[in-house]
Write a protein that binds this ligand. Structure first.
Ligand SMILES: O=C([O-])C1=[NH+]CCC1
Length: 350
């Protein structure tokens, strides 16, 4: 066997959303921050993202994280997040997967009943509190980067849908948010294809008509992801959402060909963006929880712990909590004669 790559990984999911964690096999990535390391990886090593996320080693619903040494001296570990069409600055489900892997495989020491650690994500420092029992991480709570609303009740002209009223908010990624019921879209997981089609049309139109960038880092732009939200359905929940991640380019002339995938979790950054919108509308206050359900019925619990400002925007500092599980380990390899050195996609499921 001759190999041009061997990548060691731990397979994990957080409340249903898969988040592979690469623990070895990647070269040193230069940079004075994890954000700069992410930029270097995007420019010099993007074939690894494609190799991990595309077939035969990946699938449309998979996210992948690369553990990297942190740059901030207060951080215990750094991680770069890879998705099908972008390197997101932050991700709740992937943070929970990374923490679960770091502690349950011994990369960082587990302290029971509570382990406290700091991660450096591309978006910044993430303070983590992990509840642990008998060697298992039973709950991960992290203090996210500040979340804020940029637009509330903004009209967007969407091909095939007409004028759609949207919110645009940052929760670690830039989301466009719209109410599913007003669009006549069911949020039941079985309606995934319509959710993706409608969400991609709204995202594409909003990115064109209401482009946004982060006041502290203009290289972070959007919106890149969509949150169709609705009323709570489960006992003890405050809301539900279906988050669509793009898996390919969108052609407004052929919205029926939209390619995207639902986050299987309630989406941590999406929950934080929704909380920022609720707070901006005076509907959620400091100290209040927001339990958000995703397509599988699993939940993340968000909480506003304080308020702040980001550039010109009033903002909230949210915590988010949920649980992760390891479901495998792998050595992913690439033979130099493999005809697909960056994996492949086929139109039937991409
Ligand atoms: O939990 C999260 O923030 C996300 N999960 C997948 C995309 C972003």
């Amino acid at each position: 066997m001759r190999l041009s790559r061997m990548i060691t990984a731990v397979e994990a999911h957080a409340e249903g959303e898969p988040g592979r964690v690469i623990t070895g096999g990647l070269p040193h990535m230069p940079g004075n921050s994890v954000f700069e390391k992410m930029q270097w990886m995007q420019e010099n090593l993007d074939e690894v993202r494609l190799l991990m996320l595309r077939e035969p080693r990946g699938n449309p619903g998979l996210c992948c994280n690369a553990l990297v040494p942190p740059c901030d001296p207060s951080a215990d570990a750094g991680f770069i997040i890879m998705e099908q069409t972008e390197y997101p600055p932050m991700s709740g489900s992937n943070t929970i997967c990374v923490v679960t892997v770091l502690l349950e495989t011994g990369i960082l020491p587990m302290v029971e009943p509570v382990t406290e650690l700091t991660l450096e994500a591309p978006a910044g420092l993430i303070r983590v509190r992990a509840e642990c029992s008998d060697g298992k991480v039973t709950r991960v709570e992290f203090r996210n980067v500040p979340a804020f609303a940029v637009h509330l009740d903004a009209p967007v002209e969407v091909a095939g849908l007409g004028t759609v009223t949207v919110d645009v908010a940052w929760g670690g990624m830039f989301f466009v948010l719209a109410e599913a019921e007003k669009l006549g879209v069911s949020l039941d997981a079985g309606n995934g294809a319509e959710i993706v089609r409608v969400s991609e049309a709204i995202r594409h139109a909003t990115a064109e008509q209401l482009p946004v960038s982060h006041p502290d880092n203009p290289a972070i732009t959007g919106p890149t992801i969509t949150n169709l939200w609705g009323a709570p359905v489960g006992e003890g929940t405050h809301g539900r959402g279906a988050i669509t991640l793009s898996t390919g380019p969108f052609d407004p002339a052929r919205p029926q060909d939209a390619s995207g995938i639902l986050d299987r979790s309630p989406c941590g950054t999406g929950t934080c963006a929704k909380m920022a919108v609720l707070h901006a509308r005076g509907l959620l206050g400091v100290g209040e929880n927001y339990v958000n359900a995703g397509p599988l019925g699993t939940t993340f619990t968000g909480r506003i712990v304080e308020t702040t400002t980001v550039g010109p925007y009033p903002a909230i500092v949210p915590t988010l909590s949920g649980q992760g599980w390891i479901h495998g380990t792998a050595n992913w390899t690439l033979d130099p004669t493999d005809p697909f050195p960056s994996g492949y996609t086929v139109g039937d499921m991409w």
